[in-house]
Design a protein around this ligand. Sequence first.
Ligand SMILES: [Zn+2]
Ligand SMILES: [Zn+2]
Length: 168
Amino acid sequence: MSHRHHDHAGPCGHVHDASSSHAQTAAGDAEPRLTGERSTRQRAAIRAALTAEARPMSPPEILQFAQQHVPRLGIATVYRNLKAMVEAGELSPVPLPGDRLYYELADKAQHHHHHFRCEVCERVFDVEGCDDTFNALLPKGFVLHAHDLTLYGLCADCSRSKPKRARA
Ligand SMILES: [Zn+2]
Ligand SMILES: [Zn+2]
């Protein structure tokens, strides 16, 4: 496995980003750290979102899906729950280049796979399988222990709605 430790340099600590700047009064955001039944419901909604989509998701995406189960959920509460779920070993941050954070279920993260990020919709998808020819790329005498691989392009939805360019 190549998943490096990822310190949360992204929006994790900054809950008042663009998506929540006007939402100070939204229920959930204004509440103190939540435990018990309410947070159980929030985490179940987050899990349900990741399970239903079966791909890594960013906090705003997770919020959008989780609100179907917990309508008053706010982005700050999502960030708080995501952090707690990572600490509990339930979710893993996806180590992708760039400053946008994505999360996946820890079960999924444990088996070797890679990701595809759509340049248009910015959704991230799991890619199964791996190229086993990386050893051939190494300079003589080097020993390979791990690799990171992220593919970029257009997802099926976006490639359908884009006029086709000549293939390279
Ligand atoms: Zn797309
Ligand atoms: Zn691989």
